[in-house]
Design a protein. Structure first.
Length: 301
């Protein structure tokens, strides 16, 4: 069987503290968790990391492992030394969890921590302390319509696993939604970590969001702005008739109270006057007549 360098697998020195080992495990568990990782060999690497942590987090198992010495290299052919069970090891193969056993640990692990370790557990020795799995994060794109009314999403995680997510109304940019138990699995019977989904509000072709207020540019014709008019404005709750006062200029804001996000903000219509093109005789004549009015927009310069 191949020797496994648990320190190399966790990318820590042999002198690493328990806290350093724990931090390394959580970082790598997040990286290779099959539900979130895109690495081709994620599942195999995740099992290696979990096995290495199972040994190095525990004082007794780490001490027994260290007795093998530091001269072995990852992947070298390995057999336990004669009399290993009398040198501080936990016994030979046969009962704690080979590749097909309940733990899914490797033959190397079983050869060191096999039946003897299982017997020690049954005799009442200290069991490995349950450790909660690491948390994972992801991003969810939401629309302004979902911010206003809420919604539901089905998100596909690593390995094709799907999770249904409720998008609560009123979410804000960067807000996190916690899915309990959907992160990295725990060890030694510990609970799974959590999955945190970070909300990202997508830009909208029509609306701009500022806190709970909504802004929308409203194109109007010159005569609507000059003479006044009533126009239909599409809000998130349907169309609303808005009066354009006489003499309205571009940039003027018309407020619709309580028409913002969840009725907690306002809806602002920003008037934008659009000039029709002088691409026919009638429009050219119209502009010529307006030219004779003597109006000068730069008179105050």
């Amino acid at each position: 069987m191949e020797y496994k360098d648990y320190y190399k697998i966790l990318d820590v020195p042999r002198s690493a503290s328990t806290d350093e080992i724990k931090k390394a495990y959580r970082r790598l568990a997040r990286k290779y968790h099959p539900d979130v990782s895109k690495e081709a060999n994620a599942e195999a690497r995740f099992k290696e990391v979990a096995e290495a942590y199972e040994v190095l987090k525990d004082k007794e198992k780490r001490s027994a492992y260290d007795q093998l010495g530091s001269n072995w290299k990852q992947g070298q052919n390995f057999n336990p030394p004669p009399g290993w069970e009398h040198m501080g090891g936990f016994g030979g193969a046969g009962g704690f969890g080979g590749a097909g056993g309940p733990t899914g640990f490797s033959d190397f692990f079983e050869s060191i921590f096999g039946a003897g370790f299982a017997g020690a557990q049954q005799a009442g020795s200290r069991r490995p302390r349950p450790v909660k799995g690491g948390d994972a994060t992801g991003k969810v794109d939401v629309t302004i319509e979902e911010v206003h009314k809420g919604g539901h999403r089905t998100i596909t995680l690593g390995g094709g696993r799907q999770v249904k997510v409720k998008i609560p109304a009123g979410v804000t940019e960067g807000q996190k939604i916690r899915l309990a138990g959907q992160g990295s699995p725990g060890t030694a019977g510990g609970p799974n970590g959590d999955l945190f989904l970070v909300m990202h509000i997508l830009p909208h072709r029509r609306y701009r969001l500022e806190d709970k207020a909504i802004y929308m540019d409203l194109p109007v014709a010159p005569w609507e702005a000059a003479l006044g008019a009533k126009v239909q404005v599409p809000t998130l709750d349907g169309k609303v008739e808005v009066a354009i006062p006489k003499g309205t200029q571009s940039g003027r804001k018309l407020r619709l109270k309580g028409r913002g996000i969840q009725g907690k903000g306002d809806f602002y219509v920003v008037v934008q006057i659009h000039q029709p093109p002088a691409d026919n005789a009638d429009m050219q004549h119209c502009y010529e007549q307006m030219k004779k009015s003597g109006f000068n927009p730069r008179a105050d310069w």
